[in-house]
Structures are given as structure tokens and as C-alpha cells.
Ligand binder design. Structure first.
Ligand code: GDP
Ligand code: IMO
Ligand code: MG
Length: 432
């Protein structure tokens, strides 16, 4: 079998968790390939809401599904322990269904301090990170100073850890950061205790497990975190996260060869949101933006921060589809636009020199204020002015909404195969 991938095409929070949960019963394995507890993936069913951070969104699905935390993930043992405890309290036998890569990197308490110190040092130009130590952990991975999950099985782990921690302390001192010794001792003690809990899980060479499963005709769904516009290479650098969120990240983050990849599900909202700093060409600063935020409950699942809201950006979407080789589109939160008489979509950008482009340009990246140096060019489409949240079949959808979907498919060149019309598992329409 081939491995399918589901990933975000925008700035994260597209609804990946919901759709992984919907699709999971069709798969034998669900595997996270990058990111860490910066992610917040929301699942809703039977009147309950669950937010997953590092644990794959296949844990609630019926059937014998194995969930995998891949080598590309960065894992905070403390946050993992809390998340796992909540799931076990909800009746999920996590120890039976979860495997964790020995090659996943560990987020240390000092990584969180480094994240905070880095942000403080940047002042107004800060990234607006989630503060979970993501950047410093991936920096250590790339500079070959990281600690991996498999290291906690090493007799020398305490010494390896202490050396890495002291190295971080030196960096923090150079940055002029004040570390509260008592608070640090408490968080370190909690971290070490959480390692014991982590040791109780199946710490696995997951690349072997997944490749063997594919050879044995098992199906695999790779779950992305964040979104393409937050990718370290292709996002709006430097206002991005520190991993490859794109399809290629599933290959490196799980050890799956490119030839073994099947479908690539690209998920997007019917509009755009972004949390944290950085350019966002279609951002709305008016009452319309506020209306989208309020109807769509656009507040971060991890930090509770207000999500910035704006119209759908087809320039960015086409770019994301190209980079990922998306074979299917999944459109989320269309219901949030139910009451809008007119809906705008950005089809091109006007660059500072006056030229118009429909190719996502380099300049949507760093500048002093982290704003986009482009002017979005919009087309206006009629709204459907109908409550679509109860629709379960395509025939029940209003004509104007179906035209909106056809318009996007034509603009992007990829079919929309799944539609979401509300947060619940049931509020999903499979089209093809
Ligand atoms: P993820 O990080 O991509 O998994 O997305 P988040 O969970 O951070 O954010 C998506 C939010 O939208 C969550 O609160 C979901 O419950 C909610 N949601 C998902 N799909 C829909 C939908 O179709 N309509 C509405 N109104 N809400 C949705
Ligand atoms: P999910 O998986 C939305 C953003 C942060 C910040 C930038 C860098 O739920 O879609 P980091 O802590 O990763 O160093 O922060 O990336 N960010 C997200 N935005 N959804 C996410 O995850 C995000 N994870 C990180 O707000 O702008
Ligand atoms: Mg999220």
C-alpha cells in the first residue's frame, strides 16, 4: 500500500485534527510527522471536544489503528504526559495503540527558556511563537546537539542531559536572560519524572514499523501539523515554524520513500487565518474580519490568542498545492461564511513595482513590520445566505455555494473531495 498524507495548505488551524479523525477508520496507521505541542488539533464528536497536541488524531477512531509519533516530531515529555493522562481518563488505552519513534527529539525545559529569551530579544520583530521551545529544539537537532527519545534508554542519559542543559544555560547567560533557579528546578524535576512515564510506552524504530506495514499491505495516513505557509523553507520566512510542514516532511519525518506516497490531502479553510506575527496579504482589519473571527471562533487552540482573519488567498493556495503535489482538496469551515452577502477571494497580488502576479513571490516574507509588501487583487462572488450546517449530502447544498466550490476547483486545478460544514465529526460531506 501507499501512505497518504493530510496537511495544512494555509497558516495552520485548517481543521486537520477533525478530518484525520474522520478518515482514520479507513487506515491501519495514523502517524504524525513533524511539529510538536505547538500544534492544537481539535476533534469533536458525541458532544465532546478534544484538543490533541503531540498525539496523532487517530486515537479516538474505532478499529485497531496504531498511532505513531514519528522521528520528525519534537516531543515535550511533560506536555505529552498531561495529554496522555487526559486521553487515558477518557478511556483511551494509549499504551496499547501508540508507538513513539526513538529518533524523535526531546524538548527540554531549557528549550522553552531559550524560546522565550529569543522572542524577548527580538522585541517588536518577534515571531510570536507558541512558546513551547519548538525553534530551539529543532535548532539543536540541526546543529547535532539534540537529545532523542531513544537516549532516555541509555545508562548515561543523566550525563548527556546535564551537558546539554548546561550548554543551554551558557547561551541563556549570553543572552542576558534571568533564570529563576527555584522555578527551573521544579520544571526540571517534573520533566525527569515525565521521562519515566515516557519509558512506559513502546519506544520504537518506527521507520521499520511503518515500512514493514506498507509492505504488508497496511494503509497509513500521515498527519501534518501547522501549514504550508508556516513551512521553514516555503512559508513566509522568518515568520514560520521550524520544521518542514509540506508533503516532503512526511518522507523525512517518518522514513517513507517518495515513491511510497499515495494521495496528498490538502486542507484549507474557506477563508484564511493566522496566529502570531508575519505577513498575511488578505488580512482584514475591519468589521468583516471581526465577524469571521467571532462566527468561526477563531482563537488559538494552544495559546488562546486571537487568530487574525482574512479572505481566501488563491495565490497562496495554488502555491501550497504546487509545493505539496496535493491530489485532493478538503474545504473547511464553509459554514462560517453562511451569512455573508458577498465573498471575496484574492486571485493575484500587485507587487510594489506595480506588476501583477499570480505566483507567490519572495517578498511576502521579512520586512521591518513583518507585513506583506503586496496588494491583494480580489474577485467578489455571491454568498449563499443559507445555513449549511445540517447538510450531509452534496445535493442539500445551495447552488451559490456549489458555484463557490467549482470556482475554487477551477482556480486551483484540484478537486475538492471533502467538505466540512461544522466542527462535529458528522458535519462532513465526502464528495467523490
Ligand atoms: P487544526 O490545528 O488544523 O487541527 O485545526 P484547529 O483544531 O486548531 O482549528 C480548527 C477549529 O475549527 C476547531 O475549533 C474545530 O473544532 C473547528 N472546525 C473544524 N471544522 C469546522 C467546520 O467545518 N466548521 C466550523 N464552524 N468549525 C470547524
Ligand atoms: P496547528 O497544527 C497555527 C505559529 C505560531 C508562530 C509560528 C512559530 O494547530 O495548525 P512555533 O511555536 O512553532 O515556533 O511558532 O508558527 N504556529 C501555528 N499557528 N497553528 C499551528 O499548529 C501552529 N504552530 C505554530 O503562532 O506564528
Ligand atoms: Mg490548530
Amino acid at each position: 500500500m501507499k501512505a497518504d498524507i493530510l496537511l495544512g495548505l494555509q497558516w495552520g488551524d485548517e481543521g486537520k485534527g477533525k478530518i484525520v479523525d474522520v478518515l482514520a477508520p479507513d487506515y491501519d496507521i495514523v502517524a504524525r510527522f513533524q511539529g510538536g505541542p505547538n500544534a492544537g488539533h481539535t476533534l469533536e464528536f458525541d458532544g465532546h471536544k478534544h484538543v490533541l497536541r503531540s498525539i496523532p488524531s487517530g486515537v479516538f477512531a474505532q478499529g485497531s489503528i496504531t498511532n505513531v509519533i514519528g522521528n520528525g516530531v519534537v516531543l515535550d515529555p511533560v506536555l505529552f504526559m498531561r495529554e496522555a493522562a487526559e486521553l487515558e481518563a477518557d478511556g483511551v488505552d494509549l499504551h496499547a495503540i501508540l508507538k513513539i519513534s526513538k529518533k524523535a527529539h526531546l524538548i527540554m525545559p531549557t528549550h522553552r527558556l531559550l524560546d522565550a529569551a529569543g522572542e524577548a530579544a527580538m522585541g517588536a520583530g518577534k515571531i510570536g511563537t507558541t512558546g513551547k521551545g519548538i525553534g530551539p529544539t529543532y535548532s539543536d537537532k540541526i546543529s547535532r546537539h539534540g537529545l532523542r527519545v531513544g537516549d532516555i534508554l541509555d545508562d548515561n542519559f543523566d550525563a548527556i542531559y546535564a551537558a546539554a542543559r548546561d550548554n543551554h544555560f551558557r547561551t541563556l547567560a549570553n543572552m542576558g536572560a534571568n533564570v529563576d533557579a527555584a522555578a527551573f528546578a521544579a520544571s526540571e524535576a517534573e520533566w525527569l519524572e515525565a521521562l519515566d512515564y515516557l519509558r512506559s510506552f513502546a519506544l520504537t524504530d518506527t521507520e521499520h514499523f511503518i515500512n514493514k506495514a506498507l509492505s504488508d499491505d497496511c494503509s497509513v495516513l500521515c498527519e501534518g501539523a501547522q501549514g504550508t505557509m508556516l513551512d521553514i523553507d516555503f512559508g513566509s520566512y522568518p515568520f514560520v515554524t521550524s520544521s518542514n510542514t509540506v508533503a516532503a516532511g512526511a518522507c523525512t519525518g517518518l522514513g517513507i520513500a517518495p515513491g511510497r506516497i499515495g494521495r496528498v490531502y490538502g486542507i484549507f479553510k474557506a477563508y484564511c487565518t493566522r496566529v502570531g506575527s508575519g505577513p498575511f496579504p488578505t488580512e482584514l482589519f475591519d468589521a468583516t474580519g471581526e465577524e469571521i473571527r467571532s462566527i468561526g471562533h477563531e482563537y488559538g487552540a494552544v495559546t488562546g490568542r486571537e487568530r487574525r482573519c482574512g479572505w481566501l488567498d488563491l495565490v497562496a493556495l495554488r502555491y501550497a498545492v504546487m509545493i505539496n503535489g496535493a491530489t485532493d482538496l478538503i474545504m473547511m469551515k464553509s459554514d462560517v461564511l453562511d451569512s455573508f452577502e458577498q465573498i471575496k477571494v484574492c486571485t493575484a497580488y500587485r507587487l510594489p513595482d506595480g506588476t501583477v502576479t499570480s505566483d507567490f513571490p519572495f517578498c511576502v516574507g521579512r520586512n521591518a513590520a513583518g507585513v506583506a509588501d503586496v496588494e491583494p487583487i480580489y474577485e467578489t462572488l455571491p454568498g449563499w445566505l443559507t445555513d449549511i450546517t445540517a447538510a450531509r449530502r452534496e445535493e442539500q447544498l445551495p447552488e451559490a455555494f456549489r458555484s463557490y466550490i467549482s470556482y475554487i476547483e477551477k482556480q486551483v486545478g484540484v478537486p475538492v473531495t471533502i467538505l466540512s460544514v461544522g466542527p462535529d465529526r458528522e458535519q462532513t460531506i465526502i464528495r467523490h
